[in-house]
Structures are given as C-alpha cells and as structure tokens.
Design a protein around this ligand. Structure first.
Ligand code: HEC
Length: 103
C-alpha cells in the first residue's frame, strides 16, 4: 500500500511538472511574436509610446490585453495591439500574461 502511494505521488508530481513546463514553453513561443516591439525581456517601450511590459503583474497584463480587445484600454497606438490580440484566444492571452510577468 505504501509503495502504491509513493508511485501515485510520483506520477502526480511528474504530471504537474510537465504541465508547468508546457505552459512556460507556450508562453515563450507566443511571446516571440512580441519581441520586435516589446524587446526580448519586455523592457522596450513599444514604438515610442506606452509602458514597457516588464515588471507588470500577470493580472495587470491580462486586464490590459483584455482591455484592448473589448475597447476599454489603450493609448494612441492601441490599434496595433487590437490587431495582434484579436488573433489570439483567451487562453493564449492568459498564457502570455503569465509568461511576461516572469521576465
Ligand atoms: C508592431 C509592434 C507591436 C507588437 C508586435 C506587439 N506590441 Fe504590444 N504594444 C505595442 C504598442 C505600440 C503598445 C502601446 C499601444 C497603445 O497606445 O495603447 C503596446 C502595448 C502593449 C501592452 C500594454 C502595455 C501597458 O502597460 O500599457 C501589452 C500588455 C502588450 N502590448 C502586449 C503585447 C503582446 C503580448 C504582444 C505579442 C503577442 C505584443 N504586445 C506585440 C506594439 C506592439
């Protein structure tokens, strides 16, 4: 019985690790589309306007990106972001927000 529990918890641990690794990988590959304007580490001011994405929390980033898609957030160049984000679904936007917050 004890052995079974050990095997079970090992499987759970591995499963969780794999899920986290996949999410991180997805975030990194999705973010590759953004580096031209935001910089590889997110510290670049995009197109000379707005705020660098680096240093912001996942919640802030997610809310701003959702704000672009629903029209409640954005500055003078918001059309750029609206066009990019309308091709991404909610899960991808969430993955990106989580990833950028780790930069
Ligand atoms: C062609 C250049 C360009 C690309 C590519 C781009 N962005 Fe942006 N991004 C901008 C500009 C310009 C702004 C500021 C727009 C405005 O006036 O609100 C901005 C703003 C943002 C903001 C809000 C920052 C803040 O605090 O005000 C987030 C978050 C963001 N971008 C995420 C992304 C993500 C994620 C990607 C990749 C999927 C991406 N951007 C790709 C140009 C770009």
């Amino acid at each position: 019985m004890k052995k079974m529990i050990t095997v079970l918890s090992l499987c759970l641990a591995l499963g969780t690790g794999a899920a986290i690794a996949t999410a991180a990988e997805d975030g990194a590959s999705l973010y590759r589309k953004c580096t031209g304007c935001h910089g590889a580490d997110g510290s670049k001011q995009p197109m000379g306007v707005g705020t660098p994405v680096k240093g912001q929390s996942a919640d802030e980033l997610y809310n701003k990106m959702k704000g672009y898609t629903d029209g409640s957030f954005g500055g003078s160049k918001k059309a750029v972001m609206v066009n990019i984000l309308k091709r991404l679904d909610d899960a991808q936007i969430k993955t990106l927000a989580d990833y950028i917050a780790t930069l």
